[in-house]
Ligand binder design. Sequence first.
Ligand code: PLP
Length: 415
Amino acid sequence: MQFSKFGEKFNQYSGITQLMDDLNDGLRTPGAIMLGGGNPAAIPTMLDYFHQASDEMLANGELIAALANYDGPQGKDAFVKALARLFRETYGWDICEKNISLTNGSQSGFFYLFNLLAGKQADGSHKKVLLPLAPEYIGYGDAGIDEDIFISYQPDIELLDNGLFKYHVDFEQLTVDDSIAAICASRPTNPTGNVLTDEEIHKLDKLARQHNIPLIIDNAYGLPFPNIIFADVQPFWNDNTILCMSLSKLGLPGVRCGIVIANEAITTAMTNMNGIISLAPSSVGPAYANHMIEKGDLLKLSTEVIKPFYQQKALRAVELLQQAITDERFRIHKPEGAIFLWLWFDELPITTMELYARLKARGVLIVPGEYFFIGQEEGWDHAHQCLRMNYVQDDEMMQKGITIIAEEVAKAYAG
Ligand SMILES: Cc1ncc(COP(=O)(O)O)c(C=O)c1O
């Protein structure tokens, strides 16, 4: 079969597809220790809440209405309006329903946004999305219809006490010129759990405004929901910011709902793309989230249930890892948010791609660090020394998985 250029590119077995395959296999293979993909935890209080919400929505007709009707291409009106009000009231942001569009998961929102802005331009030039700090979210990597739409920069590494470290944007290096279409960063960052400081965000905003390009902030784990963020920072939005959110890490990845908060021009473009690509985004997630807003539960559950659940899990995972791996060359990125720990094995004699294969053979799934250095032109040893570990499993699974990681790392260092 002959595929088009687009077909050839999107028929690749990309990192993100492998990750989702591993996630699917891992979740369904008895005995597999799933420290790989980004599935959120099954938090009992949240599962009970969704059960109860489903009963209520079935009884009052909201659920069947969501299943039986298309929404408009911008996404469910009632939810978009309720969300705009929530942001106005919570943060005083000057937004209304004209600033919000929905997509089938934020992953597809990024596909729209990157291709809206980067790649081949009408004047024949080629523009890229600047990722100010690599490592960055694996899911961006293959999203361009055109090749080569990312450029990224290595961070400053700050070594901290207690075997931790933290990445910072190296502003000295960042070069923004006419070839840059937008700046984009996840905050909290998948894979590292880093949270860009308020100062870093303000500097990036200034840089974006100076060059008349948008700043895209991927807030899939951030404030005010799902609020998996442990650093003391402020959320950020203005009319030059494209803030992307998701219902997935609230515990609803199956409803595939992404949220894009931006100026009217971007909202209109997203709405038009939705019409062509999906007719309308799914109605089910927005119906649940709207129900949660009406009941006053969305922010409350995020703060009182989701955040403490993950924070306690992160601390426990750090404790287990530091007990199991005492080699001085091992460090963990300071866990400031998201649902992962980023482990750095300095001077590791094998790549983490190889380590991934050895761990997979023993039933432990992690994600090798190499995938996350999107947009990097130069080789960098550090990119082969890190891995991402999800910490949402129960304690017993975590302990088993960490014991096997410790054994394989010790073997690799010894070899
Ligand atoms: C940083 C980040 N952005 C975006 C996404 C996409 O999420 P979804 O498409 O489920 O909204 C993920 C998923 O794990 C993520 O980690």
